[in-house]
Design a protein around this ligand. Structure first.
Ligand code: NIG
Ligand code: FE
Length: 406
């Protein structure tokens, strides 16, 4: 892959495109922005003399959005995969000194450049499949300098790879070993030192907490939310993954952008999310890796019209996944999403889960040019194939990032 700043511009008139409904459409891009989009027959005459680019009849979708990742970390945890195959549960692995804390050790040992290089490699896989915006969480540093290091890497990744990055501070991901038995003191550090300092450095777009028996309580979660609110930062939550903690209802009270995992989400949680406009982020990669059997309450979310996003949850422990299309497939197969729901889940609803609904996830005039041309006849194939990469062209931030000339 070429460096982003040497990629060709996507400016011009794009024709030979089909949308999800099979309509023949055209897109005009100028200075990296969509200036016109619609059925080709309605194309204004003035647009016709722009340099033209032929999509060859390809299906076009908005650039994909991966709205929940832990992309920046040191090492890997294949050993835990083996432990779980031998029968250990996620909670048992964590109690045996593995789990999040083992990635914390490796992340603390890694330099900023090492973290940048390993995360870049992973990011390239996602970008090659059409991802144009991505959320990246901290949470493997769990100390001021190491959380800063992770978030700085996340920002650098956005610049170097020409991709929209939303950073999320997840200082309350796990209790670092040096705070064993002093959870409340650690939450004080998160709320009064880490978060204000990192926010002041412009490193934090949102704040997340892992609210769970093996992580932080509802009361601790609320303390972090209050600190975020005081700084004017939006919140999200790792909610009801292993048990119903009532986290989703709490997050909704703070106007959360999203509640993620939600296998054990209650009806009251769903109703609170609906009232707050909170997105339900489904993470089938973690469900699959943990061989979970508790499926998120899809039918109830659907019935109340809660928007459902789908993401990789890329992380070294529970979801070493680097294909958002595979997640769409799994969301259908494992969670029974319909194919249109799965496609919306990796585009429009994922953008909303990041507060990016005005710029990403749909194609419209005035938005930055982020779109993907696919070597597929039917949009349903996006969630049907797995293990292949049917991308023809990726236009990211107004540049041709994959495909001819890239
Ligand atoms: O989203 N649930 C908590 N956090 C991650 C797992 C992190 C890890 O095991 O390293 C998740 O699944
Ligand atoms: Fe996660």
């Amino acid at each position: 892959m070429k460096p982003f700043d040497s990629l060709p511009s996507a400016d011009g008139l794009w024709t030979g495109l089909r949308d999800r409904d099979g309509k023949d459409i055209a897109i005009v891009v100028a200075q990296g922005v969509i200036r016109w989009i619609g059925e080709r027959t309605a194309l204004p005459a003035a647009a016709a003399d722009r340099p033209s680019r032929d999509g060859g009849g390809a299906l076009v979708t908005p650039g994909l959005v991966d709205c929940h990742t832990h992309l920046v970390y040191g090492g890997q945890r294949a050993n835990e995969f083996a432990m779980r195959l031998a029968g250990a549960t996620y909670e048992e692995v964590a109690k045996a000194g593995g789990g999040i804390v083992s990635s914390v050790r490796a992340t603390r040992e890694a330099s900023e450049d090492e973290l940048f290089d390993s995360a870049s490699q992973r990011l390239r896989s996602l970008l090659a499949e059409g991802v144009c915006a991505i959320e990246i969480k901290s949470g493997y540093g769990l100390a001021p300098e190491h959380e800063r290091k992770q978030l700085r890497v996340a920002r650098r990744l956005g610049v170097a790879h020409g991709v929209t990055v939303r950073t999320t501070f997840l200082g309350a991901h796990a209790l670092p070993p040096e705070y064993a038995g002093r959870s409340s003191d650690y939450i004080d550090l998160v709320c009064h030192e880490m978060l204000p300092a990192l926010a002041a450095e412009g490193l934090v777009d949102a704040v997340d907490v892992f609210c769970e028996r093996i992580a932080f309580s509802l009361e601790e979660t609320e303390r972090v939310f209050k600190a975020a609110q005081a700084l004017g930062l939006p919140v999200k939550l790792h909610a009801e993954q292993l048990s119903d903690m009532g986290g989703a209802a709490l997050a909704a009270r703070y106007g959360a952008l999203s509640c993620d995992h939600i296998e054990h989400l209650s009806q009251a949680g769903i109703e609170a999310m609906r009232a707050a406009g909170t997105v339900a982020v489904l993470l089938p990669g973690a469900f699959y890796t943990l061989r979970d059997t508790q499926v998120p309450p899809i039918a109830a979310l659907r019935a109340l019209g809660v928007p459902m996003a789908v993401s990789t949850d890329h992380n070294p422990g529970t979801s070493p996944a680097l294909s958002l299309l595979l997640m769409a497939n799994m969301a259908c197969t494992l969670f029974r999403l319909t194919v249109p729901e799965a496609i919306d889940g990796i585009t429009v609803h994922a953008a909303r889960a990041l507060g990016l609904q005005d710029t990403h996830g749909t194609l419209a005039i005035g938005r930055p040019a982020n779109f993907v041309l696919w070597n597929l006849n039917d949009a349903a194939e996006l969630a049907y194939w797995f293990g292949q990469r049917p991308v023809r062209t990726v236009v990211r931030q107004g540049c041709i990032a994959v495909g001819e000339g890239a």
